[in-house]
Design a protein around this ligand. Structure first.
Ligand code: GDG
Length: 743
């Protein structure tokens, strides 16, 4: 703050700051020994250029803070604009209040970039950065780009909405937001539900699936988890005993006499359900005349986001309704509602908590709601009743409260009556349970849990962190190929030599593919094997002119070069007739899904289905099929957007083994793109050049981004083609995850 007396620093007393400070100063915390804490953030007001250096050095030396300066325009378009008029209303399920303004979005990006630039001045690559809240959702990725090894955590303090709401954000922006967040190693939410909604949006919009809340993004592991934020329990619990709090409490009790007090405390915000609360209180007085004159609602509304039209309008409506209720029920000696539009110092707030018989907390949406927790914590004698909206994250942890739906005024009225008339023993029974929980999981524990998980995450997923083919390995591969006399080249087809098409029959080999294969096969030093899931008929039709070995249906049938098809094992087929109707039923239920029948296998394809519906149905189908595969020797294989059922024990691995036994190969190259190809990677000698196309976990030694790069390298082996391949491969390895949604 800057006034006539120069620069003044006023400390924020938020729960987060207190929690982290406790954590880093507490003797019991392992973090306190080696860590120092640096706060990086906006100083709370605009600072003119001429004093920025002074503010920076003072903030750093006296408070361990590093300021990010923002201009008036930043505040207008970034804070008031994108943060509070786009993200806040949408994430709290008020889509009609949301504005979608390109200039605000651009400012949001630019402020996130400013944070990134400032942070990079202040941190070292081995630091841990914990980013907070919806204002900085692009920051994790921005930092990641500059410091790939940096440990980054992100915590969202507000709800993450369901996909249908999130998708209201224009396409390019919402992708950027999700990609921005996925730059973090750990993303925390207050509740499990918010995390689920986030993961669903990621799946629908970016195509990344997850396993138990873990995703792999470009070889990096990203964890998503629920960390319900706690409060500084001790501070609130002990507050009731402070002299000044005690004094204020006595004064309050004196002025309100025998009247029971219902307390309401919020920042002024449409998400907090302040009007609903007033209506509920009015309904209680309407239907319970015996309580008139005996109960007072103290309503504290803390000014917030002044200047935004929706907030200004709400203030007026609150004041009108308070006036109406007081006018309707009030008497000379009793005002049903005492309304204050201001912020209170901590002792006054604690005195309010300590004096009130009931706390009425009715948000329409709230990430967590700390007021509810603070009220319970402050109740030193364990009496008092919390009435809490089920729309607050806190309701998940405080089920002993009277839980209401704020959209029903009668429900609020009934809960109020129950609260006012609840016997003391019952109040205490409920509060003891809630206090114990809040004491154990306080804000320090919350921060500790988050940081401990962040520090324990292994950002490198070993099986995903397989290297992309770089120029050095590529040159070595080519050199070894040229020098070798007996080479084995094993190639998968779909997703490896050609990209996936909507329907399998459409993905025919191109002239270029056939030319490359012919050329490779023509070299007498080469033994070529196409190992695919395709059936014999298709392979015969497409590759009859190519002198290559073939393994059809993942090795169920094998054909040597110029030989005939041979069955690997005798394969019973009676199971197909039993399973086909099940697969067809799932195809009927899921638009876009279809069944492919091959000689020895059945495949349920869901590439053309809605991603989420397809994945859910695929999981269900897999479970459904387990019943059958337990008694007959079948294998259910999850391929790329397909589930294949075939005889167990026959796979590409056994087919490749047959080829390995034929010769003493001095060069082996194998390329595949899905789970079925892992069987062949597993049987290769460790020195073989094995490649997995795409970003999924693999036992292959290297990765290639797409069939385009596979063909480039094969072409070079086949024909010694040169040109700009090196450059394009390098580009691909610099941006490995580009345009490859992961399944
Ligand atoms: C966001 C999310 C999430 C209020 N009036 C006074 C005062 N307060 C303090 C309370 C409490 C805090 O402000 C309000 O916290 P809430 O959690 O209730 O709500 P938001 O401000 O919207 O916070 C929310 C939170 O982040 C944390 O993640 O729970 O869901 O929206 O601590 O005590 N403090 C003082 N005087 C007041 O008049 N001193």
């Amino acid at each position: 703050m800057q006034d006539g007396e120069g620069i003044q620093f006023i400390e924020s007393v938020g729960g987060l700051a207190t929690g982290l400070r406790t954590l880093l100063t507490s003797a019991s915390s392992s973090l306190s020994q080696q860590s120092e804490l640096l706060w990086v953030g906006w100083p709370g007001s605009t600072i003119s250029d001429d004093i920025r250096d002074e503010v920076r050095s003072k903030a750093l030396s006296e408070f361990g803070c590093y300021p990010v300066f923002l201009s008036e325009q930043d505040l207008e378009n970034f804070y008031q604009g994108f943060c509070n008029e786009t993200i806040w209303p949408l994430f709290h399920y008020f889509p009609t209040y949301a504005r979608y303004d390109e200039a605000c979005w651009q400012q949001y990006r630019s402020v996130n970039e400013s944070f990134s630039v400032t942070l990079l001045e202040a941190i070292r690559p081995d630091d841990t950065v914990w980013i907070h809240d919806y204002h900085l959702m692009l920051l994790p990725q921005l930092l990641r780009k500059s410091l790939p090894e940096l440990r980054i955590g992100f915590f969202l303090h507000i709800p993450f909405p369901q996909f249908e709401i999130f998708r209201l954000i224009p396409g390019k922006w919402r992708r950027r937001i999700l990609e921005g967040l996925l730059g973090a190693d750990l993303i925390g939410f207050h509740t499990h539900d918010y995390g689920e909604y986030f993961l669903r949006s990621v799946q629908r919009i970016l195509g990344y699936g997850h396993q138990m809340g873990q995703l792999t993004v470009g070889g990096r592991r990203v964890k998503v988890g629920a960390f319900p934020m706690g409060i500084d329990f001790k501070k609130f619990h002990d507050a009731a005993k402070l002299e000044e709090v005690e004094k204020e409490r006595k004064e309050l009790e004196k002025s309100l006499g025998d009247s029971k007090i219902v307390l309401s405390v919020d920042r002024q915000d449409y998400s907090k359900g302040i009007l609903h609360r007033l209506q509920g209180f009015e309904a209680m007085l309407e239907t319970n005349p015996e309580w008139r004159g005996k109960v007072t609602l103290i309503m504290l509304v803390v000014p917030s986001r002044i200047g935004i039209a929706d907030y200004e309008g709400m203030k007026k409506r609150i004041e009108e309704l308070v006036g109406k209720i007081n006018g309707r029920f009030g008497t000379i000696g009793w005002a049903p509602i005492i309304y204050q539009y201001r912020s209170l110092p901590f002792p006054s707030l604690a005195a309010m908590y300590a004096t009130s018989h009931v706390a009425l907390v009715t948000p329409l949406r709230d990430g967590m709601n700390l007021v509810a927790k603070e009220y319970v914590a402050t109740r030193h004698d364990k009496t008092g009743v919390l009435v809490l909206s089920e729309m607050a994250g806190a309701s998940k942890e405080l089920p002993e409260a009277l839980i209401i739906n704020p959209n029903n005024r009668d429900e609020i009225a009934d809960a109020l009556k129950t609260a006012l008339e609840m016997p003391c023993e019952e109040q205490m029974r409920r509060n003891v349970i809630m206090q114990n929980r809040l004491r154990r999981y306080d804000v320090a524990r919350w921060a500790m849990d988050f940081l401990a998980q962040l520090l324990s995450t292994n950002p490198v997923d070993e099986e995903s962190h397989v290297a992309w083919l770089d120029t050095a390995v590529r040159n070595k591969l080519i050199e070894q190929y040229r020098c070798s006399a007996h080479r084995l080249l094993v190639l998968d087809y779909d997703g490896t030599l050609v990209p996936f098409a909507a329907y399998p029959e459409v993905a025919k080999p191109t002239q270029r593919v056939l030319k490359i294969l012919n050329s490779l096969a023509a070299d007498s030093r080469n033994e070529l094997l196409l190992a695919t899931g395709r059936d014999r008929a298709t392979l015969d039709q497409w590759f009859s002119g190519v002198p290559t070995g073939l393994a059809a249906e993942h090795g169920a049938w094998i054909k040597e070069r110029n030989g005939d098809w041979k069955m690997q094992q005798s394969l019973p087929l009676d199971w197909k007739a039993r399973l086909l109707p099940i697969l067809e039923m799932y195809a009927d239920r899921v638009p876009g899904a279809f069944v492919e029948e091959k000689e020895f296998s059945l495949v349920w394809h869901y590439r053309n289905a809605m991603p989420e519906q397809g994945s859910v149905a695929a999981r269900e189908l897999t479970d459904h099929l387990l019943v059958f595969t337990a008694s007959i020797d079948l294998q259910v294989l999850r391929g790329n957007k397909a589930i294949e059922i075939r005889k167990a024990g026959v796979n590409k691995g056994s087919a490749v083994q047959q080829w390995l036994a034929k010769n003493d190969f001095d060069f082996i190259l194998a390329v595949g793109d899905d789970l079925t190809d892992e069987d062949m990677f597993a049987v290769l000698p460790p020195w073989a050049y094995s490649f997995r196309v795409g970003t999924n976990r693999t036992h292959a030694r290297f990765r290639l981004p797409s069939p385009v790069e596979v063909l480039q390298i094969l072409a070079e082996l086949a024909m010694g083609e040169v040109g700009n391949k090196t450059e394009s491969l390098d580009r691909a390895s610099a941006n490995p995850a580009s345009n490859i949604p992961q399944t």
